[in-house]
Design a protein around this ligand. Structure first.
Ligand code: 5GP
Ligand code: MG
Length: 180
C-alpha cells in the first residue's frame, strides 16, 4: 500500500503502526477462534469506529459468524463525550440463545459499552463477551468487563484505523494523535 503521507503529516505522532495493529488483531482472532471453537458466533459491532477492526478480525476467524452492525454514539463528532448514548437498534433483530461477542473500537468512559451490554443482556443471549481494540487507561465512570483487548493506551484522543475526528481521518492505516 502507498503511504498516506498527506494525512500522516496531520499527526503529532504515531501511536500504533499498521503492522503493530495487524499483528495484534491476528493474535486476537486466533484467541477468539479457539475460545468459540465449534460454536456459531454472533458478532455485534458498533459502527463506524470499529469498521476496520471488525473487517480485519472477522476475516481471520474460522467460524460461521453472524454479523450484526449497530450504531451508537455519545461523542457527536467532538472531543468530549456528551454523557448520553443513542443506540440505533435495527427492527426485528434478536439475540436469544446466541453466543454474542460485542465489538467496539475503544473503551473510554465505558458509557457506550456498558449501555450496549445492558441492552444485549436483556435479549437473553447464551453468552455475552466484549472485545475492544483499544482500552484507555483512565478512571471509569461506567463499569465494563473486557474479555478481549488489543492494546492499552494512555488517556489521549486518537484517530485512524476507523476512528475519526469530526468525521475525518478514519482511513489512516495507523493510529495516532493529531496535531493541536
Ligand atoms: P465511551 O462511551 O467509552 O466514553 O466512548 C466510547 C466511544 O467514544 C468509542 O466507541 C469511540 O467511538 C469514541 N471515542 C472514545 N475515545 C476516543 C478517541 O480517543 N478517539 C476517537 N476518535 N473516538 C473516541
Ligand atoms: Mg464508537
Amino acid at each position: 500500500m502507498a503511504p498516506l503521507t498527506g494525512i500522516l503529516s496531520d499527526l503529532n505522532r504515531v501511536l500504533l503502526t499498521a503492522d503493530q495493529i495487524h499483528d495484534r488483531v491476528s493474535a486476537m482472532a486466533a484467541q477468539i477462534g479457539s475460545d468459540y471453537a465449534g460454536k456459531v458466533l454472533t458478532v455485534v459491532v458498533l459502527m463506524d469506529g470499529a469498521l476496520f477492526f471488525v473487517s480485519d478480525l472477522l476475516r481471520q476467524i474460522d467460524l460461521p459468524i453472524r454479523l450484526v452492525t449497530l450504531g451508537a454514539s455519545s461523542y457527536h463528532g467532538g472531543l468530549e463525550s456528551s454523557g448520553q448514548v443513542q443506540i440505533q437498534w435495527p427492527a426485528g433483530v434478536r439475540f436469544a440463545g446466541e453466543d454474542v461477542l460485542l465489538l467496539d473500537d475503544i473503551l473510554d468512559t465505558g458509557l457506550t459499552l456498558s449501555a450496549l451490554r445492558e441492552r444485549l443482556l436483556a435479549e437473553s443471549p447464551a453468552s455475552l463477551r466484549t472485545a475492544v481494540l483499544l482500552d484507555k487507561k483512565r478512571p471509569r465512570n461506567h463499569d465494563c468487563p473486557l474479555d478481549y483487548c488489543g492494546f492499552e493506551i494512555a488517556d489521549e484522543f486518537v484517530v485512524g484505523y476507523g476512528m475519526d475526528y469530526q468525521g475525518r481521518f478514519r482511513n489512516l492505516p495507523c493510529i495516532g494523535i493529531l496535531k493541536p
